[in-house]
Design a protein around this ligand. Structure first.
Ligand code: NAP
Ligand code: 2RA
Length: 383
């Protein structure tokens, strides 16, 4: 009922509902204030040239918001998109920037003038242009799936495997949104107990499929047919994200499996996944069943997660407190609740993990990687 009500409201109205809802259910005060983690906070004395490729898209726009909110020290900003939006303008930090068409000539014109390039224009674009930006002297942080599993390309979640960010040679991959929030919750358990097996079941927001997915939900509520998804998403759930593979899994499920192994440095880890699209605008939800190598009580898991960087535990079922997508929207934390022992298997736990897929699942994680690189560079005096 709640979902049906919410999708009728535009964003501002939805935010108001979130606040009322949160207040009613006595969520921690911190959560009612909005806001994000601090980022660089304007501490650096140096400034950097940043390019955003796919600037007009769902993730690209969020890059700009997050870069501004975290006060990344930017000197020049270069925005790229397809010929469709070339010449249009976008605002950043009170200034207007013209969107450039992504062509090899336009990239090479900026040789040695870009320090970091944030990519979110799809795998085909990354395949061709990420190496070109590296050739032009930039370090690329890529949001697409193109390079994630390539040998020598680090796949990084700063709270989980920050040291990997320094082992690459030009391209660093940002994991899939559903993987980022999952490993943020799993890493503390892996460190303390070791993981035997993971079962993921996801409930993913339409914004995960970009502007097209978002518009399908808006249109679907009005009774219009879908253009992005194969079936209507309004008042529906699709057990289908990305393409189907020969073994019956979808590519989204495969990504969660192989990326989890790579980020946790556990190529042997047994992982399975079922991923579904739900009629929610922002915020992926995941039911995670994790079997550990030794016993762990729910209370110990809760404590480990409370101490984990970037994780916020919301777990008071008696007061109806648990993570919800409408509470995660606009936030950078990964929210974990419903932490309980699995009564059907030894050493196993269940948890419910929610995060804003466009922020921590994409833009924030990528900007945090840039911040890591800048901090290391400045610590080494290499500026
Ligand atoms: P989107 O809303 O559809 O935006 C796509 C962006 O790419 C637009 O700026 C578009 O420019 C640009 N683009 C498309 N084709 C291009 C081309 N040939 N040359 C230059 N620019 C081109 O998609 P999105 O959700 O932002 O996703 C973008 C990428 O991020 C995908 O690889 C996706 O898998 C990844 N990602 C998305 C999420 C998510 O939750 N949405 C999370 C993690 C990663 P125009 O406006 O000119 O068409
Ligand atoms: C989705 N995880 O939600 C994907 C976005 N990269 O469709």
């Amino acid at each position: 009922m709640l979902i049906i009500k919410i999708i009728h409201y535009k964003s501002a109205k939805r935010k108001q509902i979130t606040k009322i809802f949160a207040a009613e259910y006595k969520y921690p005060r911190k959560l009612l204030c909005g806001g994000t983690s601090r980022g660089m906070g304007g501490d650096s004395v140096n400034r950097y040239n940043i390019a955003v490729v796919g600037a007009t898209g769902m993730v690209g726009r969020k890059f700009l918001t997050v870069l501004a909110q975290r006060k990344v020290p930017i000197d020049n900003l270069y925005l790229f998109a397809s010929a469709r939006s070339a010449g249009s303008s976008m605002d950043f930090g009170g200034k207007s920037y013209v969107v450039r068409e992504l062509t090899p000539e336009n990239v090479l014109k900026l040789s040695n003038m870009i320090d970091y390039a944030l990519f979110s224009a799809g795998a085909a674009v990354s395949k061709v242009y990420a190496p070109l930006f590296v050739e032009a002297g930039a370090t690329v942080v890529d949001n697409s799936s193109q390079w994630r599993m390539s040998e020598g390309v680090p796949l990084v979640v700063p709270e989980v495997n920050p040291e990997d960010a320094f082992c690459g040679s030009g391209i660093i991959a940002n994991p899939n949104c559903s993987t980022i929030q999952a490993v943020a919750a799993l890493a503390p358990l892996e460190r303390e107990f070791g993981i035997e097996r993971v079962v993921y079941s996801t409930y993913q927001a339409v914004s995960g499929a970009g502007m097209g997915g978002y518009n399908d939900l808006i249109d679907g509520v009005k009774g219009l047919p879908p253009r992005k998804f194969p079936h209507p998403i309004a008042y529906n759930i699709l057990p289908h994200i990305d393409v189907f593979m020969e073994d019956g899994y979808t590519k989204e499920e495969w990504k969660m499996i192989v990326e989890t192994r790579k980020i946790l440095h556990r190529p042997d880890l047994r992982v399975t996944a079922t991923t579904a699209r739900v009629p929610v605008f922002y915020g992926h939800c995941e039911s995670i069943n994790v079997q550990l190598k030794s016993p762990c009580t729910a209370q110990r898991a809760r404590q480990l997660l409370m101490d984990a960087k970037g994780v916020e535990v919301m777990d008071d079922p008696a007061s109806n407190v648990y993570p919800l997508p409408i509470l995660a929207e606009g936030r950078d934390e990964v929210f974990v609740g419903r932490i309980r022992e699995d009564l059907s298997a030894p050493n196993a736990l269940n948890m419910w993990v929610v995060a804003d897929n466009i922020r921590k699942g994409a833009a924030t994680n990528a900007v945090q990687i840039v911040e890591l690189l800048i901090s290391r560079k400045e610590a080494k005096g290499d500026v």
